[in-house]
Write a protein that binds this ligand. Structure first.
Ligand SMILES: Cc1ncc(COP(=O)(O)O)c(C=O)c1O
Length: 442
């Protein structure tokens, strides 16, 4: 018998597993309301689209690291948003951040062949663990701090895993829970152990509790912040992001990635620079997401699925009420009765199995349509057994909805279910932390 490594067979892509649910939602008059993937539905600013068309950069190869205009715009935004100053040489472009997340363990292993471990949040964006797998490394889950799956319980990390760690991924505000992480505490824990931290901050602009935070506010030694234009500027289709921080880590990745031929196309860099220089469209987008979060939290709570607005991000992380045995059963009921496609929480790790994730990436009228469908199907907040009666698993004695149980969101504000509440909460939060931080915010 040999110990030959087993061949890697790609598992089904997480969202491809939703095909049957999509079909059931699609069958309703008016069709599916797709809240499964975090793909923006609102347009990018016209100035950005114009730059995409008119940059005149098509004929030559673009700079792999990102040209000076793109990196300058990124540096200026980091200074405005977080009050941090980063040299242009410590900033580099990536082709959207998913490829960076998926490929970084492989490249860091070349830098440090003695290490073989990637530390990832246990309930998280699945590409953190997939990047470890693609590099032939171990993905080790860091348990959450809070029962909803958010935060990182650093004390639970085995010292041997820390010694073997190529990097630790953090994500704040987090997908899927919306929770925030103490990035300063994390950075000092990691510096003491010489573990590089990659801090995925793609939802930073959509921070609802306090000001947006970056790990770079703790200094750049040993840490890299990862930012995306996909969410901030509704540019998921053009593939643009950047990473910034520790000059040695950024420089190493920049050089390896240049050899690998990774380049953000010139027109995309030009559009990205325009988007990064503009904060007005982000303020408008924050308002849209916050209103949708409050609207959908209210509709779901009224329908017997209590949920709170998260501390950040644009996902509702909805606890599975007692009448369903698991997240897949709840997702099936939401598809069949509400025509809404959501993501069962175990797509983000086993610890997510008692939640579903709902992305508020549909216009208000589509979200209202879901509320109307659920109401017509008899979903109510104040019954112990509402729609889906009979679906309750035998022996499942979890509390029913509408009985005062604290909804998800660990520290999130309570969902309001009256129009006045929604408006006043929205206005208050859009005002608090809604503007651009002054340079002294960090
Ligand atoms: C936490 C997180 N990181 C990274 C990404 C990748 O974004 P992009 O590749 O569009 O920059 C996503 C996308 O949903 C995400 O949720």
């Amino acid at each position: 018998m040999t110990d030959a490594p087993r061949p890697f067979r790609p598992p089904p892509y997480p969202y491809d597993r939703l095909a049957a649910l999509r079909e059931s939602a699609e069958a309703l008059p008016g069709g599916v309301v797709d809240c499964s993937v975090g793909t923006p539905c609102d347009p990018p600013p016209p100035t950005v689209v114009r730059a995409l068309a008119l940059s005149g950069t098509e004929r030559g190869y673009p700079s792999s690291a990102g040209g000076p205009a793109f990196r300058r715009a990124a540096a200026d935004w980091l200074a405005r948003r977080f009050g941090v100053n980063v040299e242009l040489s410590a900033i580099a472009a990536c082709v959207g951040t998913k490829e960076l997340v998926a490929s970084t363990p492989h490249y860091l292993r070349l830098r440090n062949p003695g290490r073989d471990t990637v530390l990832c949040p246990a309930v998280a964006y699945p590409t953190y663990a997939m990047g470890a797998t693609l590099a032939g490394c171990r993905a080790v889950a860091v348990p959450p701090e809070r029962p909803d799956g958010s935060g990182l319980d650093l004390d639970a990390i085995d010292p041997d895993d820390a010694r073997r760690a190529l990097l630790l991924w953090a994500n704040s505000p987090a997908n899927p829970s919306g929770g925030l992480t103490d990035l300063e505490g994390l950075a000092s824990w990691a510096r003491r152990r010489n573990v590089p931290v990659f801090s995925d901050e793609c939802y930073a602009e959509f921070t609802w509790e306090g000001s947006p935070r970056s790990i770079l506010q703790s200094g750049s030694r040993g840490v890299v912040a990862v930012h995306s234009l996909s969410k901030r500027s509704n540019l998921a289709g053009v593939r643009a992001g950047f990473y910034a921080g520790d000059p040695e880590l950024v420089g190493y990745l920049r050089d390896v990635r240049q050899h690998a031929g990774l380049m953000v196309p010139g027109p995309v860099q030009a559009a990205g620079a325009v988007a990064l220089a503009d904060d007005e469209h982000v303020t408008a987008q924050r308002g849209r997401y916050l209103e949708r979060l409050e609207l959908l939290a209210s509709l779901l709570t009224s329908a017997g699925c209590p949920v709170a607005v998260p501390a950040g991000g644009f996902y509702l992380w909805v606890p599975v009420p007692a009448r369903w045995p698991d997240a897949w059963a709840m997702a099936a009921a939401l598809a069949a009765d509400g025509g809404m496609l959501v993501s069962p929480g175990d797509l983000y790790g086993e610890g997510g199995r008692e939640h579903v994730r709902v992305a508020v990436v549909q216009p208000d009228e589509r979200l209202r349509l879901v509320g109307e469908r659920l109401a017509a199907a008899g979903w109510k907040g104040d019954d112990r057994q509402v729609a889906g009666e009979g679906r309750q698993a035998p022996g499942d004695d979890r509390q029913a909805p509408g009985d005062g149980r604290q909804a998800a969101g660990g520290g999130g504000l309570e969902a309001r279910d009256d129009a006045m509440g929604i408006e006043s909460a929205t206005a208050a939060r859009a005002a608090g932390g809604g503007g651009v931080a002054s340079p002294s915010a960090g």
